[in-house]
Design a protein around this ligand. Sequence first.
Ligand code: ZN
Length: 282
Amino acid sequence: MPFGAGVLVLVSLGGLFLIGPGRAGGQAGPLVIRLGPAQPPPPMPRVLGPAGRPLVVIDPGHGGHDPGAASRDGAVREKDVALALAEAVRDRLLVRGRVRVALTRGDDRYLTLRERFEIARQLGAELFVSLHADAAPMSDAAHGATIYTLSEVASDREAALLAQSENKADIVRGVNLSGRSSDVASILIDLAQRESRDQAASFARLLHREAATSVPFRPDHLRTASLIVLKAPDVPSILLEAGYITNDTDLAFITSAAGRDAIADAFASAVTIHFAKQLAAR
Ligand code: ZN
């Protein structure tokens, strides 16, 4: 139940509009956009860690009938690598005790890309991290990790889509966008997306800085792309390709306890610094 009590349902010409009660006026805090779910939301995972701390949602890529990429001999599947890595990062973040953590999946199940970021939005996450392993099926030479954030073009396109969406029930800082012109809605959504994108880019740079001495990266290690899983308008989101599952050295690294520990340590440091900076900026 995303909106709490007192949901008002209006049936209009072409669709169903859900309007939430909004926030108390003038209350400072993270920018929040509420979108009426188009279909029932996926089951919410358990949130671990001390109450009151910011929430990091970690998303192990693929799962269930979608194995993702595979090692060259076919023995190692990306979905298993991603889950083991996500568990290592979760455990390290919980040991540090600075954030709460939830995994989008804690077992071998399939989730759509939108379900993954919708879980983060519904739980009120302040950071979303999707974990994957890269693949270059034609060559075993490609190697190294890459951090992706959402490209500005993709972000702008998503903002326009949201602003024009038929079942719009968006609330930005307590302002209900339903009934507002698409121009006003798109400005407010755009502001939220800019803030999320800036924070994601800042976290991506931090993560690379903290990981650079222990994790092999590609030369162009910070990239932007139009990745659906990064499109939550109000949750800063990054995707880590931890290394190439098709490269033997990378494969050994990302499937070893030492490799997972190195990545988990870098995440723990970057997450701690990221939220300390945010607290200082408030
Ligand atoms: Zn993947």
